[in-house]
Design a protein around this ligand. Structure first.
Ligand code: ADP
Length: 492
């Protein structure tokens, strides 16, 4: 009988369960949307019990719809939305507050306070991150300070913290395992990525007792068993979503790089055993830990990528669907003189300008809607070039291939323009479920479902895009993009 790895992909908008066979092919998939809770402006929460129940529902569904026996599941791999924080009562198992989602920015004041205490350098040296509400640390601090009697309970060891992977593992193993993996720990802003331990100074600064924190294991490790209908299924792999996509894209070696084109863009470059301290606005993070060997990554996040296309659809109403943008871009006769800088909520890497605002520049009497749509797609490619340029500077290396995934990577116009403007080949797997694949791969390594050479040799269908612009053209266009970005920066 065929064996499978069950991959649990707990994302920001949905919970999914996928069956992956030994050829790395998806044999089954089930998905359930997740309720987004917006209690206040800038606040975003999820119900941790809904996450758990939905995750179990999709496991039931994928197993029953594909008529497999639980004994055919060799192991479980988990990938999850990163940074999102849950705090729960150790005795009752009940969350004491909703999960505070990574996009939530209610803790801006706590971050400002840390910056005013001049802790930026220390925190960045230790954790590889910039001080931002995005990471888990200040979210935990907010829960402890705002939920009645949370502080006292935490002090008397009654509370546990976890990112979503830990929350799922603790529940699936019936309270046996309170653990996370290196990739998720490195997104909390509490984990020292040099010493590979929770940082006592940052914990004390934020009033978070160490007793709340999970044990940190290798990404490929035994996280305990999920007792499913009398059958024990081991959880053998855990990776945060962007690291899972890096692994699923088989970016195993130094300088191999991927970009996920979703709402925003997440670009990660494997830096092997080196922690590269960016001088160009990027983050250093842990890619994964396997057999006690840590691989690191450089990361650049772009806030508005596919979201810019949603803006064309929902606000400007000049397209009916995201897919339609491709047809318009191909129709546009603009000679690349029009630029959209989608700095709708400031600019992320490598600029980090919270005061930047969006602009459209280069408009002439004959500019039409197709031109604006094309320039919005182009902005995704230019922003990606900004990040890759920083990565090349930081690592003193040349990127020769970019692996891509995510919703907007289905736009062939965009992928071709991306290749042209980078002067780099692009490789897109036909199966864009690479995040779920990454979690399956990391779990399968532990039970010899695959070894690393087997993974490297797994065949998959892919599409390539090769650059067509000469360097003069690239330089001219990129200079103009840089001028446009400068004009958008430091606005009111
Ligand atoms: P997320 O995981 O962030 O929800 P997805 O990977 O599902 O994102 O991708 C959805 C995003 O991709 C949306 O912002 C959507 O506008 C954009 N998108 C999807 N298909 C296309 C397309 N063909 N062309 C351009 N953008 C697209």
């Amino acid at each position: 009988m065929n064996k499978f790895i069950l991959s649990l992909d707990q994302g920001t908008t949905s919970c999914r369960a996928l069956l992956i066979d030994q050829d790395g092919k998806i044999s089954g998939i089930a998905q359930k949307e997740l309720t987004q809770i917006y209690p206040n402006n800038g606040w975003i929460e999820h119900n941790p019990n809904e996450i758990l129940n939905s995750q179990i529902e999709v496991i039931d569904q994928v197993i029953s719809e594909n008529n497999i026996e639980t004994s055919q599941i060799a192991a479980i791999g988990i990938t999850n939305q990163r940074e999102t924080a849950v705090v729960w009562d150790k005795d009752t198992g009940a969350p004491i507050y909703n999960a505070i989602v990574w996009q939530d920015n209610r803790t801006t004041d706590i971050c400002e306070d840390l910056k005013n205490k001049n802790l930026e350098k220390e925190i960045s040296d230790k954790t590889g991150l910039l001080i931002a509400p995005y990471f888990s640390a200040t979210k935990i601090s907010w829960i402890l300070n705002n939920v009645i009697s949370a502080k006292e309970k935490a002090k008397s060891n009654k509370l546990l913290f976890g990112t979503i992977d830990s929350w799922l593992i603790w529940n699936l193993t019936e309270k046996q395992t309170h653990a996370t993996d290196f990739s998720n720990a490195s997104r909390t802003m509490l984990f020292n990525i040099n010493k590979l331990e929770w940082d006592t100074d940052i914990l004390n600064e934020l009033g978070i007792p160490k007793s709340m924190l999970p044990k940190v294991l290798n990404s490929s490790a035994n996280f305990g068993n999920f007792n499913y209908k009398g059958h024990k299924i081991p959880i053998y792999g855990v990776l945060g979503d962007q690291q899972a996509s890096l692994f699923g894209q088989k970016c195993f070696d130094a300088t191999s790089t991927k970009n996920t084109y979703g709402t925003g863009c997440f670009i990660l470059m494997n830096t092997s055993d080196q922690i590269i301290k960016s001088k160009n606005g990027l983050l250093s993070t842990i890619a994964w830990g396997i057999n006690g060997k840590i691989s690191y990554a450089l990361e650049g996040s772009i806030f508005i990528a596919g979201a810019g296309i949603q803006w064309l659809r929902d606000e400007l109403k000049i397209i009916n669907s995201s897919e339609e943008s491709e047809k318009h871009a191909l129709k546009s006769s603009d000679k690349d003189n029009l630029f959209v800088v989608p700095a709708f909520n400031g600019l992320g890497a490598p600029y980090w300008d919270m005061y930047a605002k969006g602009l459209i520049i280069g408009i002439t009497r004959d500019t039409n809607k197709s031109d604006i749509i094309k320039a919005t797609l182009d902005s995704i490619a230019y922003q990606t070039k900004d990040v890759l340029t920083s990565m090349e500077k930081d690592t003193k290396s040349k990127i020769n291939l970019l692996k891509v995934d995510g919703g907007a990577s289905n736009n062939n116009y965009l992928m071709q323009f991306q290749s042209n403007i980078l002067g780099v080949k692009i490789e897109k797997p036909q199966n864009t479920e690479v995040t779920a694949l990454g979690a399956a791969y990391i779990a399968g390594l532990l039970c010899s479902f695959w070894d690393i050479n087997h993974l490297k040799n797994l065949k998959y269908d892919k599409e390539n895009f090769n650059p067509k612009f000469d360097s003069d053209k690239i330089n001219k266009l990129y200079q103009n993009w840089n001028k446009a970005v400068k004009r958008s920066m430091n606005w009111i």
